[in-house]
Design a protein around this ligand. Structure first.
Ligand SMILES: Cc1cc2nc3c(=O)[nH]c(=O)nc-3n(C[C@H](O)[C@H](O)[C@H](O)COP(=O)(O)O)c2cc1C
Length: 182
């Protein structure tokens, strides 16, 4: 099973990137993980534009059996970089690659709320007609006070309770993806 772990930000230092890397490393026995950035090669969405970065991004999503997205919260929503990256996958950029694609979301923030509003925002986006993704229901993992849970320099996850919660979610998602592809 191939799972893409999408880092939902273009910030150079990001707890959600630490989270994505942790997921891929700690769960490597459960599936083949690839951590994927939305930063760098992707321009902001504009109909009619094409380049290698967009094709690579679309190919990576098309080839994945499931997608895990780690999202920060920017102004009670997902970051613009992530929104744009999702727009490159929908039906205005080519065939809709998200249709019935199993997706799982989680997020980390500096405050107490664990990117809760951004997670609600992305669930709604993923369920829009243009995306129609197969979003794992419930199973919310809200990682607040991220700077106390990850080592800010090494990116290592140091909080055992959070690790347990994340790994349980990944286990549930792996079953969800397997079921979806039966
Ligand atoms: C433009 C901007 C808007 C933000 N808005 C929120 C917000 O609405 N809610 C929140 O909890 N944190 C907010 N934050 C703080 C983020 O939670 C914090 O920067 C976090 O570290 C971002 O995730 P990252 O480390 O993966 O980049 C905001 C940060 C930025 C840069």
């Amino acid at each position: 099973m191939k799972l893409l772990v999408v880092v939902g930000t273009n910030a150079p230092h990001s707890y959600n990137r630490f989270l994505a890397k942790y997921i891929a490393k700690a769960n490597q026995a459960k599936a083949d993980f690839e951590v994927k950035e939305v930063a760098g090669l992707l321009p902001f969405f504009k109909e009619g534009v094409a380049n290698q970065g967009i094709s690579d991004w679309r190919d990576a999503v098309a080839e994945a059996d499931g997608i895990i997205i780690t999202t920060p919260e920017y102004d009670h929503a997902i970051p613009a970089a992530l929104k744009s990256a999702l727009e490159w996958l929908g039906s205005h950029a080519g065939p809709n690659l998200m249709k019935l694609k199993p997706v799982c979301v989680l997020g980390a923030s500096m405050g107490i709320q664990g990117a809760s509003r951004a997670q609600e925002d992305i669930r709604e986006i993923l369920l829009s007609p243009d995306m129609s993704a197969n979003v794992l229901p419930g199973n919310e993992v809200l990682i607040g006070h991220a700077s106390a849970k990850f080592d800010s320099n090494t990116g290592e996850l140091t909080d055992e309770a959070t690790a347990k919660q994340i790994n349980a979610l990944v286990e549930t998602f792996v079953k969800f993806v397997a079921q979806a592809h039966k």
